[in-house]
Design a protein around this ligand. Structure first.
Ligand code: ZN
Ligand code: ZN
Length: 146
């Protein structure tokens, strides 16, 4: 399916083709650190379908446990992760960060990688308290009263 994406500030926009059956969750500790969250949701592009429309992502090269280097790209202005790929500008397939894809509600994960480092509380989420929005931050930055 065709998807399109914009980072939070809108400076970086791209479009691509993806197969919705290939959406995966990655629980590796690098994804936890780099996303600032419990896990990352990713989908690979169909070969040579990635088209950067505006902006230029900043690149951080990480070395994985395998020794392979991967470029992690993000918006230098708002910090939103964009994609990862092999070093160099000629990658045929890159791994998109699903959270910045406009059609993300249609991209449902079907597999989980690196489950050995998954946060154990994820299994308890259905039983956790759920709020439609959030309590308001007060002027000093803490959450207000309910
Ligand atoms: Zn941005
Ligand atoms: Zn990962």
């Amino acid at each position: 399916m065709k998807i399109d994406s914009a980072c939070h500030c809108g400076n970086i926009r791209y479009e691509a083709e993806v197969d919705p059956a290939k959406v995966v969750i990655c629980h590796c500790t690098d994804c936890q650190t780099l996303s600032g969250s419990a896990f990352r949701t990713v989908v690979p592009t169909e070969a040579n379908s990635f088209r950067l429309l505006t902006g230029k992502p900043k690149v951080y090269v990480k070395t994985g446990e395998s020794g392979n280097k991967r470029e992690q790209t993000f918006c230098a202005d708002c910090g939103a992760p964009i994609y990862s790929g092999p070093p160099g500008a000629d990658a045929a397939v890159v791994s998109l960060r699903v959270g910045t894809i406009r059609q993300r509600d249609q991209l449902v994960p079907g597999d989980q990688y690196w489950f050995r480092s998954a946060q154990r509380w994820l299994a308890e989420m259905p039983a956790m308290k759920q709020r439609e929005t959030q309590p308001v931050f007060d002027a000093k930055g803490s959450f207000g009263k309910d």
